[in-house]
Design a protein around this ligand. Structure first.
Ligand code: PLP
Length: 451
């Protein structure tokens, strides 16, 4: 096992409650977890610590969010100082300085004229906000018939009704009735035969963007408000965009006056080596949804960056009238703003986005070296992201990856995430070359003994 950091062994032990029943855990098989919990009580840099003090390498940056690593001093200090100075301030009708500073910093990081930031508290809220702005914008510009939304198969856009409606993960939709009306889906971009074991963006698949033309022809462009995609689909098992695909989507949207929304909740803040993936791919969308890395996962925050013409279109009525009837009690929460400013400083001062680009080939080599191990069907890597598809057990889809995740944690001191029978890896961006090697070694030992 990797050596625990000194901070880990010195910190006091947290008390573990006897009753685990009251907490209904999200996206978790509750009964199985509560029989044999995987408990975490502390974290530092690249590691989590269990109640008994075992150091577990964080292979997933929490839920793809703690990009700067855990419990980083400058971020902790900023949150503590903010809590002591201004615990809460409403963002309706009043302002506090850090809200405006963070918005400027995020707008500066976003490409093109993505100049205005609306704050929410999560990725799901960011997505609902973007979809609502898309429809309201078409209203204010006199195109109120444009209400249709287009998502993509296998897309994940959080769990609000808007997000699951445009999302394309069947299990997240099927329990919840009819969802939003007037939603279509593009095909997903994965084809194992054409793309297996690709490093970075696959050559095959740009033509799948042309499906948008077909959907627009079916409904007429005058009814379509927006298309929303993750530039790199993450939660569905890591599907980097085929080369040229996003450019083609952009061109079709431009041709028909349709807004293009990038959901960058996981690809934002350095995961692919840039402030936003839009920059990596050279495509400027009309809106970008963000969350997670904006505070390095420390305090909930999300939001939407919008292009100047969209914001300007709302700023035309009488000045005393609210321009957008939308917002959250905790929009631009002072603790989140303080955490975000500190996280953005860490990213800049440590050149973490540059570090991702320098580590990307090392990461890709290390993870792709696992390709010949038992049960491995495909491996995909891009930026500091990887997915390993395992063959499913014929009688129990998902069981092999579940066992992999559980045994990684208990036997190999490594936290991984799973979706279906895919193992997903997204370590904090501070990872070293040696630690990349450690993750690959742990996975090799696991996969060699996984039945
Ligand atoms: N959009 C994308 C692309 C995501 O990956 C996620 C979460 O993983 C979300 C939205 C939802 O974010 P949250 O869980 O903060 O609501």
């Amino acid at each position: 096992a990797a050596a625990p950091s000194p901070a880990g062994s010195l910190a006091p032990q947290a008390e573990i409650p006897n009753d685990l029943e009251a907490f209904w855990m999200p996206f978790t098989p509750n009964r199985s977890f509560k029989k044999n919990p995987r408990m975490i009580t502390r974290a530092k840099d690249m590691f989590y610590f269990t109640p008994e003090g075992r150091a577990v390498m964080d292979g997933t940056a929490g839920l793809w969010c703690t990009n700067a690593g855990h419990n980083r001093e400058p971020i902790v200090a900023a949150i503590q100082a903010q809590a002591a100075e201004l615990d809460y301030a409403p963002a309706f009708q009043f302002g506090h300085p850090k809200a405006f500073s963070v918005a400027s910093r995020i707008a500066a990081l976003a490409p093109g004229d993505l100049d205005h930031v609306f704050f929410a508290n999560s990725g799901s809220e960011a997505v609902d906000t973007a979809l609502k702005i898309a429809i309201a914008y078409n209203n204010v510009r006199g195109q109120g018939t444009r209400t249709r939304l287009i998502g993509r198969e296998r897309g994940y856009h959080g769990v609000g009704f808007g997000g699951i409606s445009v999302g394309g993960i069947v299990s997240n939709r099927k329990q919840f009735g009819t969802l939003l009306a007037g939603v279509d889906h593009l095909p997903h971009t994965y084809n194992r035969q054409e793309q297996a074991f690709t490093k970075g963006e696959p050559d095959w698949g740009a033509h799948l963007a042309d499906e948008l033309e077909r959907i627009v022809t079916l409904h007429d462009a005058s009814t379509v408000a927006a298309v929303i995609v993750e530039p790199m689909a993450g939660s569905t098992g890591v599907l980097p965009p085929p080369k040229g695909y996003l450019q083609r989507l952009r061109a079709i949207c431009d041709r028909h006056g349709i807004l293009l929304i990038f959901d960058e909740v996981i690809s934002g803040f350095g995961r692919l080596g840039f402030g936003f993936a839009a920059e990596r791919y050279g495509v400027v969308p009309d809106m970008i949804c963000f969350a997670k890395g904006v505070t390095s996962g420390t305090v909930p925050m999300g939001g939407v960056v919008v292009r100047k013409p969209i914001y300007d279109a709302f700023m035309r009525g009488p000045e005393h009238v609210i321009e957008l009837f939308h917002g959250y009690t905790y929009s631009a929460h002072p603790l989140a703003c303080a955490a975000s400013l500190a996280a953005l400083d860490v990213y800049r001062d440590e050149d973490l986005f540059g570090h991702v680009l320098r580590m990307e080939p090392v990461w890709a080599e290390a993870i792709h070296a696992l390709r010949d191990l038992p049960n491995v069907l495909d491996i995909r890597t891009v930026g500091l992201v990887a997915a390993i598809d395992l063959a499913s057990r014929p009688d129990a889809v998902g069981a092999r990856a579940y066992e992999a995740m559980d045994r990684c944690f208990r036997e190999h001191d490594l936290m991984v995430r799973i979706t279906g029978d895919t193992i997903a890896l997204t370590p904090p961006l501070i990872i070293s070359e040696t630690q990349i090697g450690d993750i690959a070694d742990k996975l090799k030992r696991l996969l060699t003994t996984l039945h």
